[in-house]
Design a protein around this ligand. Structure first.
Ligand SMILES: C[S@@+](CC[C@H](N)C(=O)[O-])C[C@H]1O[C@@H](n2cnc3c(N)ncnc32)[C@H](O)[C@@H]1O
Length: 244
């Protein structure tokens, strides 16, 4: 190898090492930031569920069982967060609950909460994506989701995937907000504490017609849009459908 070739090979290796290190530092820097924001988001939701929203989940579990008529079997809770709705359903009905969340910190918190609530024999948190569920077709009797869909861009894909995993005769209850089983005074207090004003509720930013369009886009025709409404406003919007 000539002197020039050696110099060229050496410079190339140095440049390559530099590029690899640069790439690694950028990637690792982003990953650390992402991990920290996931951890913070999971902890914030856990704190809200434990305090301000604590009364919502048992009331909503009762409402879901009453509206769908499903009180036993396999339940999937999409975007479970700290697991409060799935845990309330595991207590209110005779369910085996698979609680799916895309955030690993939320899954860990949900597992801890299940042990504390004494339902870890029938409530199973797991990492997963609502848009690509790790379940076979015709698996679940009930699919629920509170507070996840407003933040997902392809809402029709969530409905389509929920429909796929439902058994014939099974029901889905997907949306956001509170429960009509709570009195108006309680709901208004929670809304003000959490968002300042009812108009800021995530589900209220999207009208009924929008949800109808999304559910139809998913190819689902047998559905009902449920609005929990008090004289002072709508405090919950739920898309309920059954698999025929
Ligand atoms: C506002 S929190 C609601 C948590 C819980 N359902 C509750 O009501 O207390 C939304 C949750 O959805 C989860 N999530 C967002 N996109 C998701 C996806 N594609 N698949 C599964 N979970 C998702 C988030 O990680 C977060 O835990």
């Amino acid at each position: 190898m000539s002197r020039w070739q050696k110099w060229f090979a050496c410079s190339l290796s140095v440049a390559l090492v530099f590029l690899v290190l640069l790439h690694l530092s950028v990637t690792l820097g982003q990953t650390e930031g992402d991990v920290e924001s996931l951890r913070q988001a999971a902890e914030r939701m856990a704190e809200t569920a434990r305090t301000k929203f604590a009364s919502v989940y048992p009331a909503l579990a009762k409402q879901i069982i009453e509206d769908t008529g499903v009180k036993e079997g396999i339940c999937i809770d999409l975007g479970t967060g700290p697991g409060a709705l799935g845990i309330a359903l595991a207590k209110a009905g005779n369910f085996k609950v698979y609680a799916v969340d895309i955030n690993p910190f939320a899954v860990a918190i949900a597992q801890r909460n299940a042990v504390e609530a004494g339902v870890s024999d029938r409530f199973f948190p797991m990492l997963g994506n609502a848009l690509d569920l790790p379940f076979k077709d015709n698996f679940a009797d009930l699919v629920v989701s509170r507070g996840m869909i407003p933040f997902i861009e392809d809402k029709a894909a969530v409905f389509r995937e929920a429909y796929r995993v439902l058994k014939k005769g099974g029901a889905a209850y997907i949306g956001g907000g509170f429960s009509r089983m709570l009195d108006e005074e309680t709901v208004v207090k929670i809304v003000k504490e959490a968002w300042g004003a009812p108009q800021k509720l995530p589900m209220r930013r999207m009208p009924r017609e929008f949800w109808e369009e999304q559910v139809k886009k998913a190819g689902i025709t047998n559905y009902r849009i449920i609005e929990d409404r008090y004289p002072s406003g709508v405090y919950g919007t739920w898309i309920m459908f059954k698999k025929q």
